[in-house]
Design a protein around this ligand. Structure first.
Ligand SMILES: O=P(O)(O)OC[C@H]1O[C@](O)(CO)[C@@H](O)[C@@H]1O
Length: 511
């Protein structure tokens, strides 16, 4: 991996932190579960096999090749999965310019795109380590019924990646489905070089053997010569107090920032001392709010890290483990993700499985305002004013990331208007990424939720609620989890999505 940039002059290789990182590096290589302290040791003992994946996953290649051959008559691949289970294949497909539909949402409008118009040609990979993630199990149930309704046998169109003996594994094997098991001692966000990353990527024709070879070469390189990897970990610990802005601009590995975001945010966003990665459009916009800036090409950020995608994967996983040791946190748990899940379940019970009428404080044209402010502009202005010194804004859009993609422009507008680091996440996908940080990291976030009416809805077979109800329970559940912490919180609800997005963008630009 080649590293460069002006920040390297700040590396103090004689400092205590650098010494700690240098001591930690060989302990990670030995898979020493005590590396992150005794409290983290039990979890670490069953989470460290990602270290072996560049070599160990080669053994999976024949099984993956068989599955690719078995499903080769299907021209369209859909991947159902959340967090690490989907962001890995997404960046691989983007990098190698392969087409895969990533279904990592519960938005019915987006689900309609996932289902598409040609189920006969579609193969669906359902990826879930635990087998119990609510989004993934709902997506799976939806697809099963869609295939049946279309007169197609789901067994011929669906295959599964999961841990051996997970409830999902047992059920789908009994049902005659194709299944590939991943190593259970690898956590979701570290799983890209396991079957979770490799199988969907191979189905769309990405060169997975090359990815593994690049990861192996990089691992050998940093085990032999540790300076580059220790320098990067040192900078992210010492030069970024809280915010690390990543940009894919000019990069040969587009989408990597989103994958790194889930890796670092969910691994470090706890005990109020984490690092918040922010995926930004380009280096000028990355700098807003004084974030430490990182790119994978060019020379306009604090740090540039260049290398092939497989090398990036193992490099950033290792850096994350190093950061965890330096910050004295357990990088392998995600305590606050569970909290949002519980709030979602509580909403579903309270609502008796259907969204109640939610009355806004006020409305303007297509947008309902749940929060302070007499108009959209006023609400946004108040929201920005309330951001704490040194704090950040998180925009969470529970919308369709194909049709509603324009709303992502709000990130740079609010960053510029407020001068604060501003992240953007699609709901509920961000819940498996920055969602952990929002509730477990530094207590200085301000949260803007954007929800919208749906043009379609789907019943989820086997559940008593629909996809739309689940989406709203996730949004309102997370809203409650944030509200209990008394963080600044605004929800804008779009009665009409397209018009509402334009109105929000216009109001934000006029601030
Ligand atoms: O693969 P699973 O078990 O469905 O989990 C999906 C995601 O949920 C988390 O467990 C928690 O957000 C992630 O670490 C993981 O990538």
């Amino acid at each position: 991996m080649k590293i460069s940039g002006p920040s390297l002059s700040a590396v103090d290789r004689e400092s205590d932190i650098y010494r700690k990182l240098r001591e930690t590096h060989p302990r990670i290589a030995k898979k020493d579960s005590q590396t992150w302290g005794s409290k983290a040791a039990a979890e670490a003992a069953v989470r460290l096999n990602w270290i072996d994946l560049p070599e160990a996953s080669q053994a999976l290649l024949p099984q993956i090749a068989d599955l690719v051959a078995k499903f080769s008559s299907h021209s369209r691949v859909v991947l159902c999965g959340m967090g690490g289970s989907s962001l890995g294949p997404e960046v691989i497909a983007l990098t190698y310019k392969k087409d895969i539909f990533i279904f990592d949402s519960t938005d019915p409008n987006y689900a309609q795109h996932a289902i598409g118009s040609d189920l006969a040609k579609t193969v669906v990979v359902v990826s879930s380590k635990s087998g119990s993630t609510i989004e993934t199990s709902s997506q799976r149930a939806l697809f099963q019924s869609q295939f049946e309704k279309a007169g197609l046998s789901p067994v011929d169109h669906m295959l599964f990646v999961t841990d051996p003996d997970s409830p999902l594994d047992i059920e789908v094997r009994a049902g005659g489905y194709s299944v590939i098991n991943a190593d259970p001692n690898v956590g979701g966000r570290f799983s890209v070089l396991s079957a979770f990353g490799l199988l969907p990527s191979a189905l769309v024709g990405a060169p997975i053997a090359d990815l593994l070879a690049d990861a192996r070469a990089e691992k050998s390189a940093f085990l032999e010569e540790d300076q580059a990897i220790l320098d990067v970990a040192y900078l992210l610990v010492t030069q970024a107090e809280q915010y690390i802005a990543f940009t894919d601009a000019g990069s040969t590995v587009p989408g990597l920032s989103d994958w790194i975001e889930q890796l670092i945010a969910e691994s470090t966003g706890k005990d109020s001392i984490g690092r918040l990665p922010i995926a930004t459009e380009d280096s000028p916009r990355a700098k807003v709010g004084g974030s430490f800036t990182v790119a994978y090409a060019g020379s306009s950020t604090d740090l540039t890290v260049e290398g092939p995608l497989g090398a990036h994967f193992i490099f950033w996983e290792w850096v994350t483990a190093l950061i965890g040791a330096a910050l004295k946190i357990d990088p392998f748990n995600q305590p606050n993700v569970t909290e949002a899940k519980e709030q979602t379940a509580a909403c579903l019970t309270e609502w008796n499985n259907s969204v109640p009428v939610l009355t806004p404080a006020c409305s303007e044209k297509s947008v309902e305002i749940f929060g302070d402010g007499q108009s959209l502009k006023d609400a946004l202005a108040t929201f920005i004013e309330d951001v704490k010194d040194g704090g950040y804004i998180a925009i969470m859009a529970y919308l369709d990331r194909r049709d509603d993609v324009k709303i992502a422009e709000l990130r740079s507008i609010l960053a510029e208007k407020s001068g604060h680091p501003t992240s953007f996440g699609w709901g509920p996908r961000f819940m498996h990424s920055t969602g952990q940080f929002h509730k477990g990291g530094q207590k200085n976030g301000s949260f803007l939720q954007i929800t919208g009416e749906t043009s379609i809805d789907y019943e989820i077979p086997g559940r008593r609620y629909s996809l739309r109800t689940l989406l709203f329970a996730q949004a309102i559940g997370d809203n409650r989890a944030l509200a209990t912490r008394k963080y600044p919180l605004l929800r804008l609800h779009l009665q009409k999505r397209s018009a509402g997005i334009d109105e929000i963008l216009a109001a934000a630009r006029s601030l």
